[in-house]
Design a protein around this ligand. Sequence first.
Ligand code: ADP
Length: 500
Amino acid sequence: MNILIGSSEVQPYSKTGGLADMVAALGKYLGIAGARVGVVTPLYRGLLEEYDDIRRTGRVVDVVLGERHEKGAIYECEPSANLAIYFVEHVHFFQRRGIYGEHSADYADNAERFLFLSKVLLNLPQHLPWRPDIVHVHDWPVAIFPALLRHEFGKGTYPSPPRTLCTIHNLAYQGLFPATQLPLTNLPLDYFTPTGLEYYGKMNFLKAGIAYADHVSTVSPSYAEEILTAEFGCGLEGILGERRDQLTGILNGVDYAEWNTTDNPHLESAYTADRISGKTREKKRLQRDLGLSVDAKTPLFGIISRLVEQKGIALLAEALQQSLRHPMQFVLLGSGNPDLKVMIQEVARRFPDQVRVKIGYDPGLAHRIEAACDFYLMPSRFEPCGLNQLYSLRYGTIPVVHAAGGLRDSVADESEGADEATGIKFTEFTSAAVLEAIYRALSIFKKPELLHAYQKRGMARDFSWERTAEAYLDFYRRILGGDGADSVWYFRWGLFLVGN
Ligand code: ADP
């Protein structure tokens, strides 16, 4: 099966959040499973300097943006079996400091930048030696692709365009732009309707993906249900309800080649569930390096997160003001909203011996925090999948989570069976509930055998991408309406069809 993936972020080349991890692992493990995979993504600033294996292909894709033509030179690298990453170069659009913006402000031309990327995704296949069976687009930046494809080929005019899947990683980010930018899409007005990409007079890229993709998916089964409600639907619950029969949730996996405790360049001490002493060494190393008192017997809580309302940082800060009166330590690594930053720094100011706040983005420190902590806090109001609770489970770090979305699906609470419990889940989204959950964690910490039982069960859970990639392959086969063999259809992009 041939799969073309479009994404604005791909780890390790670009990342603001879980989208980057997911797309990178999806591509890699689909390739390992035998599919042919291409990932289309921007050539952001600095990539050519950092990665020697990214090379110029000589291919140039020309796209029409309104009245203009814009060209994207294609660069390529092949980081693993059957996987090609196609980087699109456009100096003006992508050689910038940020991916979506700078200094907490979005770039004013984001509609244009990501329409350009989506149109490259549309035109690139005519330059490739292979044709995609499925085009899988991720999140708002490329979600308009299914509408562009539909327009390109006309409704039913041509026998077999590729099938499309639009995956929603976070419904809160929709790509909403003024209708005045509609001409950049070159779509006729028929697409600008309440059942299409129009949203209260604006243009909504994610809504276009939901409306026009053959299938829509999210990154956990629970989130797929939650987004059908007004509470979590972010205004799109109506159109999602209409696509309910084509809406699926597949829980993300973990790339254990990167996120593991036995062969990890960021950790000095390897450990497993049966030889857990390395974890204690990592805890002491982090305590020492952060200037906290070095003591294995003090419970250490951590969080690595974008500082945004969704992540429940305000509730956490409130709960910590109470719980830090007890012997415990807390470390946060994150960046984002200045108000939340002030709020969490205030906690650090009040409890200077127990709290460390690191503002910034630091993947190495993220691994070390995962390894060092006893408990990982994730009080997100909603969480499409969440990755850190999955990493925590593998790192023997007990997740303390709000029962939402992927957190609900991946962490087992004692109330679901004492012999199955891998973490602590709370249901109310209140600071009192967060506090109570922290107290539950503190009481588990007091019983080393119980603590180790949680760790052992969590570390044994398998969220490997091998399994997730198989789930996607099955899903693609279903979308293709058969076994997904390459012979399902043949077509020459732009030169329509040489039949089968
Ligand atoms: P989201 O995509 O909503 O940010 P996820 O849990 O799905 O949340 O993914 C977050 C990813 O980003 C994880 O891999 C996490 O470790 C990483 N991350 C978030 N903030 C930072 C940071 N400040 N430094 C390093 N990694 C971070």
